[in-house]
Design a protein around this ligand. Structure first.
Ligand SMILES: [Zn+2]
Length: 76
């Protein structure tokens, strides 16, 4: 009788599933670097200042920091 076998039975091997994040959007998604120039792809909050990006919505931008909302001008 080996203790090792007992332990292996108890500790049923569970395959560890690592949740892979697909299309992970980090802060890098907000910048576009072209050579020496850094282009910001999102508008920044007027209240919070540069560094606080606003979330893009269908017809507006909102700041998750202060709640500031700026409506986009829809061109027709
Ligand atoms: Zn803000």
């Amino acid at each position: 009788m080996s203790k090792k076998e007992e332990q292996e039975k108890k500790g049923a091997a569970k395959p560890e599933k690592k949740a892979e994040k697909k299309g992970e959007k980090g802060v890098n998604a907000l910048y576009k670097i072209e050579g020496d120039n850094v282009t910001r792809l999102r508008p920044t909050c007027e209240r919070c200042g540069p560094g606080y990006f606003m979330a893009k919505h269908k017809d507006r931008y909102t700041c998750g920091h202060c709640g500031f909302t700026r409506y986009r001008q829809v061109e027709k």
